[in-house]
Design a protein around this ligand. Structure first.
Ligand code: APR
Length: 320
């Protein structure tokens, strides 16, 4: 099995690559990034990261080869490609500037990947996630079962970690589902949260649960506030879990950003929903029962994503 991670000279991409290697089921992980010029020096961040990680293999005990690359020819025949490439928002850069730049990056990266791996499956991590997933979907020309975005596993992991702290229990025993967009319009579903089968609402009072949901929504910002830059361990581990489910045909049920075509009454939009992940990508989009309040929240979330999509289309029209 061959996996490519693009943007792997950066924090999230490098973490995805190492998380995959440490599970030791794949033959190789190709870590692509651009070269960085500083004066008369040229640096190759993903080659450096790959070498450093490969040198940890005797200690960690894995065989998966990690290889840095700049040339997409080296990614040929990848079974899954993860895209974490992008630029962070810099002072003076508007939201639209960022959207335009990252869309351009994701589009060109997707085209290169697809050229060399026409049968691959694409997992998108670059933000704004729901829109970048659409960009990759459109640029690849793939069936939507082969293009998906990573956000739900990360959001759910944060929620489970906070609950585990509050209840002083193992995060492994917490099963949860969050839907919708990544961020403020995330749709929490306490009804679908259990601790080893016990509804979480029997173990925690409503106020505390609400506070945990709010903290989860702002989970990304909490890390930025502490570190001055965005998270990578949990996002990297979450993307690696999607890769594993696909390549090992695990048929796992995860919340992922998937292109909806009528499910939940929403059409032609990438949004976080529970899916069955295995060989070939998304095998099924699961439509869970939502009450009126939950459905309203999901529609609000869809509206917010649709608005960013509209801004993106406007931007593209202006540029063309
Ligand atoms: N081709 C390949 N790699 C690129 C390109 C490109 N055209 N443009 C930028 N990159 C690389 C950068 O060189 C950098 O190494 O993408 C990497 C991004 O890494 P970081 O800046 O460290 O960002 P990171 O924290 O890893 O986040 C990456 O994931 O969670 C999201 O919001 C996050 O969109 C961001 C992405």
């Amino acid at each position: 099995m061959k996996i490519t991670v693009v943007g792997a000279g950066g924090n999230v991409g490098a973490t995805v690559a190492l998380s995959i290697a440490q599970r030791d089921y794949a033959k190789e992980v190709v870590m692509v990034d651009i070269e960085r010029k500083e004066g008369d020096k040229v640096f190759y961040p993903s080659k450096g990261r790959a070498l450093d990680q490969w040198e940890s293999s005797p200690v960690h005990g894995f065989d998966t080869r990690l290889r840095g690359a700049v040339d997409y020819a080296e990614t040929a025949g990848s079974d899954v490609c993860v895209i974490t490439a992008g630029v962070p928002r810099r002072p003076g850069m508007s939201r639209d500037d960022l959207l335009g730049i990252n869309a351009g990056i994701v589009k060109s990266v997707t085209e290169e990947l697809v050229k060399h791996s026409p049968n691959t499956i694409l997992v998108i991590v670059s933000n704004p996630l729901d829109v970048m997933s659409y960009v990759a979907y459109a640029a690849s020309g793939f069936d939507s079962s082969r293009v998906m975005g990573m956000a739900g596993i990360l959001d759910t992991a944060r929620y489970r970690a906070f609950l585990a702290d509050e209840l002083d229990i193992s995060p492994k025993d917490i099963q949860a589902l969050l839907m919708g967009g990544h961020g403020d319009t995330m749709v929490p579903l306490p009804r679908y949260t259990t601790v080893s089968g016990i509804p979480v609402t029997q173990l925690i009072d409503e106020q505390k649960l609400d506070a945990i949901v709010e903290r989860t929504k702002k989970g990304g910002g909490e890390i930025v506030g502490l570190m001055g830059t965005s998270a990578w361990y949990a996002p990297g581990a979450a993307a690696a879990q999607m890769v594993e489910a696909i390549l090992l045909d695990q048929n796992r049920i995860f919340p992922c950003a998937a292109r909806l075509s009528g499910q939940y009454g929403i059409d032609d939009l990438f949004l976080g929903v529970p899916v069955k992940l295995g060989k070939g990508g998304i095998k099924e989009i699961i439509e869970v029962d939502l009450n009126e309040k939950e459905m309203d929240l999901l529609k609000d979330s869809a509206k917010a994503v649709r608005q960013t999509m509209d801004e993106f289309h406007e931007l593209m029209n202006k540029q063309s």
